[in-house]
Ligand binder design. Sequence first.
Ligand SMILES: Cc1ncc(COP(=O)(O)O)c(C=O)c1O
Length: 440
Amino acid sequence: MTSINQRYSEKFRKSGDLYSKGHGVIPGGGHQSRVQKPFPYFVSNAKGSIKYDVDGNRIIDYMMGFGSLILGHSHPEVVESVTNQVENGTHFGALSELELTWASKVQNLIPSAKRVRFTSSGTEATLLAMRLARGYTGKNKIIKFVEHYHGWHDYAIPQSGLNTEFGIPSDTLNSVVVLEPKISLIEDYLKSNEDVAGIIFEATGGHWGQFPLQNPTFVKDLRELTTRYGVIMIMDEVICGFRMSKGGAQSRFDVIPDLTTMAKIVAGGLPGGSVAGDEKIMSLLSEQDGVQKMFHPGTFNANPVSAASGIATLNLISKESINQKADQSAKKLKSGLREVLHKMEVKGHVHGIASIVHLVLGVEGEESTEGVSSVSHSELAKATMGDVPKTLKTAFLNEGIDIMGGMGFFVSAVHSEADISETVEKFENVLIALRIDGVI
Ligand SMILES: Cc1ncc(COP(=O)(O)O)c(C=O)c1O
C-alpha cells in the first residue's frame, strides 16, 4: 500500500524536479508560503475554479490566491480590463483617473471608507494603518491579538503564527502588545496603560477565522471600548473585505471602525491593498497648512493594472450576486463535509462564516448560526496547527483538490455544484488515506 507521501511524489514528479532546481536559485527553493512537505507543486495555468500543474494534474482550487479570487481564476471581465490596461500603459508616473474610480468603488462598498489610500499589499496596509493610529493619537503602542495575522512587517509579527521574531529590534517588539481577544482583559490593559494608539484585529478571528471571535458581540464591544478609551480601532479586512458581505465584516456586523485595512479581493487577484477610514485620521496623509506630516510614497501603489483589476472585480461584486453564490456553495460544502465525517465516524467538525469553510479534525464541535465554532481556542489550536493539517493538504492534493494549510477552503462564486460534489466525494478517500497512514 503506497503512503500519502509516496503517492504525492509520484503524482507530482515534475514539480519535485523543479523544486530541487529551485534550491540553487531561491532560498528555501521557492516563495515561503507556497512551500510544503514533502515538496511543493508548480502550477502552470488556471481558469475558474480549476488549476493545472506542470505534471498535467487537474486541481480543484480552494486556495483561490490565498483568498483573493472570489471570482475565480482569470474571470473574463477582469482579464479584459487588465489586458486593455496593459495595452494602454502600466505606469504613468502621474495620477490616472483609474485611481479615483477604484477608490470610489471602495468608498461605495465599505461603510468606514470616507477616504481611501492604496498600497501594494496587505502587509503595507497594516503598516500604514498602525503608523496613522500612532500619528493621530501621539501614542506609541499597538494592541494585537494572539494568532491574528496582519502580514510580515516588524510590528505585525509577534504571536501571529509565524513563530519567530528573529531580526526585529527589541524596541519595535516592545511597542506591540499581544493580548487574548477578551474584552475584560483589553479593558484592564487600557485602564493601566495610557500609551495605546490603536487596536488591530482580524474581523472574524485569528487566521481568517480559524480561531473565531464571538461575533458580532465581540466586535461591537470592542468598538464601544475603543471609543471610550480614545483608541483607534483598526479592522483588518484583508480577508473579510468584500467576502463577509459586499461591505465586508463591518457591514455584516454593523460596526464602523476608525480605520480599515484591505488587500486581496480589493485588487481582484493582482498586487494591491488599501487603508480606508475616518476623514480626520486619513487627512494626515495630505498636506496641512503647508506641512506634510506623514509620507506614503511607493512606486507601484495605485498602479493602473491593479486598479483595472480592482475596478472590474468590485464592479461585479456591486452589481451581481457574487457573495450569495459563494456563500451558498460554501454552505453545501460544509454540510457535505459534515456528512462524510459522520459516515466515516471521524471525530471533527466544520465551521466558517460566509464563503470561508474551516475543517477541524480531532475535535467535535457545533457551529453557531453565525458560523462560529463552539470549540475553545486552545483545542482549535491543537487540532489545526499540528501535523494533521499538513498531511490532510497532501492527501487532498493526491485527490486533485487544493485546500489552505490549517484546514480550510476559500469558496468562490465560480465553484460549481459539480466541484463541491467532487470535493465531498473525494473527502472520503482522503479520510481513508489518513487512516491507513495512521494520521487519524
Ligand atoms: C488578515 C490579513 N492581514 C494582512 C495580511 C497581509 O497581506 P499580504 O499578504 O498582502 O501582505 C494577510 C495575508 O494573508 C491577512 O490575511
